[in-house]
Design a protein around this ligand. Structure first.
Ligand code: 3PG
Ligand code: MG
Length: 394
């Protein structure tokens, strides 16, 4: 992908506007519970500060109502955490669209939640033009929001004097392209999670590309139904059995496979106190709920992963938050960590599993994107990247 990169530009003395994705999870009191995205945004900010730019950073946080700033929508906790990481004071500026605030070279300010500005979500042109006037260089480093065409992710890139990709954006594009175009084979994808419906497009598009498509969670249950198995009261989408069938057919025709579990871990409820039973898939009874793959199936999945050339991972294969249903995801995580393959992982649940099983250092690349990660892998054009390519083309 041909985009201008921040590190190819002379930013010294320039007013640089960085659109980051600092949309981090928070608890009910507003405390940040996971700060990967803030950490991942540091290289671009540091680069600009070291070169003596006047740095403005903004992000959305959640999905606030435009036109009002409620306390829970404020980036204040992010400003504090960013300041701690940079060892610098980070001033938070509200009402910034029309300017009227000062940033000196070598200084960084955080501009309040950009999604409270009227017109942000609809990519309003007037708003984008106003914001573009604040800077000499616009940097998009918000890969996690690259699938959204909003005023700070798309419109501004059209109107700023220079528009480029930040360090994180560049790294994401490089890593994901490497897995998607000319991957080392076998290419193995793991798609887990509760619903086929939310991942149908990615499953369809992977079915044309991968050598093995490992499905997990509720998605696997729907595939089990499609292959004629009884799944008791397990979470599944009977409406999508046809779709699951079609995906298995496409894979079969290509000589590729969707390995389904031959043994499973069941319980009669999803709770910390639930008693887990390991049984053969043919012994699932009417009241059982499948909550993980069984140990034999986990070993089979680990073998597939061990022999892979490239691994793409999105979603767990069981309810790994509860120890009695964590075995399958844990074994898979460990196999990915030990595999020689180039591995990429993305999505909230996947990041939580990586943290829980402590394998972050052994995954080839961990994407900060959820929706954007999936859309990129589907081969879709992400609007925030497309506009950077247009600007690079002149
Ligand atoms: C995410 O968390 O997936 C990104 O920050 C995008 O957020 P959004 O889905 O609210 O646009
Ligand atoms: Mg989201």
């Amino acid at each position: 992908m041909n985009v201008i990169k921040l590190t190819d530009l002379d930013v010294s003395g320039k007013r640089v506007f960085i659109r980051a994705d600092l949309n981090v999870p928070q608890d009910e009191a507003g405390n940040i519970t996971e700060d990967t995205r803030i950490r991942a945004s540091l290289p671009s900010i540091r680069y600009c500060l070291e070169k003596g730019a006047a740095v403005m950073v903004t992000s959305h946080l959640g999905r606030p109502t435009e036109g009002q700033l409620n306390p829970e929508d404020s980036l204040m906790p992010v400003a504090v955490r960013l300041g701690q990481m940079l060892h610098l004071p980070v001033r938070l500026v509200a009402d910034w669209v029309d300017g009227g605030f000062e940033v000196k070279p070598g200084e960084v300010v955080l501009l309040e939640n950009c999604r409270v500005n009227k017109g942000e979500k609809k990519n309003n042109d007037e708003l984008a033009q106003k914001m573009a006037k604040l800077c000499d260089i616009y940097v998009n480093d918000a890969f996690g929001t690259a699938h959204r065409a909003e005023a700070t992710t798309h419109g501004m890139a059209k109107y700023a004097p220079v528009a480029c990709a930040g360090v994180l954006m560049g790294a994401e594009i490089d890593a994901l392209s490497k897995a998607l175009h000319e991957p080392k084979r076998p290419l193995v994808a793991i798609v887990g999670g509760s619903k086929v419906s939310s991942k149908l497009t990615i499953l369809r598009s992977l079915a044309d590309k991968v050598d093995q498509l490992i499905v997990g969670g509720g998605i696997a249950n729907t595939f089990l139904l499609a292959s004629g198995k009884r799944i008791g009261e397990s979470l599944a989408e009977p409406d999508l059995v046809k779709e699951a069938h079609a995906i298995m057919d496409i894979m079969k025709e290509r000589g590729a496979e969707v390995p389904l579990p031959t043994d499973v871990v069941v319980a009669d409820e999803v709770s910390a106190l639930a008693r887990a039973n390991k049984i053969c898939i043919d012994d699932v009874s009417a009241h059982d709920r499948i909550l993980d793959v069984g140990p034999k199936s986990a070993v089979k999945l680990a073998e597939i992963v061990a022999n892979a050339g490239t691994i793409v991972w999105n979603g767990p294969v069981g309810v790994f938050e509860l120890p009695q249903f964590a075995g399958g995801t844990k074994m898979l995580a460990s196999a990915i960590a030990h595999s020689e393959a180039f591995s990429i992982a993305g999505g909230g649940d996947t990041l939580a599993a990586i943290a829980k099983f402590n394998i972050a250092d052994d995954v080839g690349y961990i994407s900060t994107g959820g929706g954007a990660f999936l859309e990129f892998l589907e081969g879709k054009t992400l609007p925030a990247i497309a506009v950077l390519e247009q600007r690079a083309a002149g």
